[in-house]
Design a protein around this ligand. Structure first.
Ligand SMILES: C[S@@+](CC[C@H](N)C(=O)[O-])C[C@H]1O[C@@H](n2cnc3c(N)ncnc32)[C@H](O)[C@@H]1O
Length: 273
């Protein structure tokens, strides 16, 4: 069953659904990724985490609103299964998870006090439409918190012709199904979606050591490229040998003592009127 679900999901999510990607997401925490949002949460709130992935952040947000309830939704069935396991292993009882699409959030109007999404709107082709759905399910006065990378801020050096080709390929597919450059306009998009008083924040992410670079390459870049491999080959963008060469080049970069990677995430909170 999971295999069938994953086959249908893979076409719409650029990273693909794989164990490596879930491992990458599992090191995330509410304290780090939702640092800008936590000050706005209060005990007893009802919170929705959209595109919750495998639930590491959701579980932390749930702890911040006890005895309120946190709900995580994600379009990936395998993500939701992993999130349920994660919360059970952490013993976090005020959180539950459901399959759901951000464009049609499966809850009535005005049913949450807080709505959050971390690195999710970058994956939809119309972030404004997703924001309007988030506003619909927020109660008047409810707070939204969003964080997404803007790929115009990506630095990965030293670069090589193969590393630049790999980056362009990933970006090409990200642009087809998502919005890798929308985050710089997050406040504008929030206002256009009917939110008020948007406040913006910056989160700087980077790697520090060879181990970090190895983790990023092995858990994100290579699995993402592998997930896209059939489409890349089918469209004639690169053949199998060229993709293998890109993977070898990425691995070689991750072992360099001078490899540097940095990416800025734009974040914001705003309120439903
Ligand atoms: C990079 S992961 C982030 C997961 C989690 N928010 C975190 O930061 O750990 C992006 C997630 O968004 C989900 N996603 C993308 N588009 C979605 C949509 N339209 N509706 C629901 N989930 C979506 C994907 O399935 C994936 O699990």
């Amino acid at each position: 069953m999971e295999g069938q679900a994953e086959a249908s999901e893979v076409g719409t999510y650029v990273h693909g659904y794989n164990a490596e990607h879930r491992e990458f997401l599992s090191v995330r925490t509410a304290a780090r990724q939702a640092d800008f949002f936590l000050p706005y949460l209060k005990e007893g709130m009802r919170l929705l985490d959209c595109g919750c992935g495998q639930g590491a952040i959701t579980t932390g947000l749930a702890a911040a609103i006890l005895p309120g309830e946190a709900v995580g939704i994600d379009m990936g069935e395998s993500q939701i299964a992993a999130a349920r396991e994660w919360a059970a292993a952490k013993g976090q009882q005020n959180v539950r998870f459901e399959v759901g699409n951000l464009y049609e959030i499966p809850f009535p109007d005005a049913s949450f006090d807080a709505v959050f999404a971390n690195t999710v709107l970058e994956h939809v082709d119309d972030p404004g439409r997703a924001m309007r759905e988030m506003r619909r399910v927020l109660k008047p006065g409810g707070v939204v918190g969003l964080a997404d990378p803007d790929y115009g801020t990506l630095i990965q050096e030293p670069s090589t012709p193969l590393s630049l080709e790999l980056r362009e390929l990933l970006l090409r597919f990200s642009k087809e199904s998502g919005s890798p450059f929308y985050a710089r306009n997050m406040r504008r998009t929030l206002l256009d979606s009917g939110f008020v008083r948007p406040v913006s924040f910056v989160q700087a992410y980077g790697t520090h050591t060879v181990e970090d670079n190895r983790f990023a390459i092995e858990k994100v870049q290579i699995p993402s490229l592998e997930a896209l491999r059939p489409r890349i080959v089918q469209r004639g963008l690169a053949d199998a040998a060229r993709i293998d060469a890109m993977i070898a080049d990425a691995r070689a970069w991750s072992e360099r003592p001078d490899g540097f990677y940095a990416l800025m995430h734009c974040a914001a909170v705003a309120w439903a009127p």
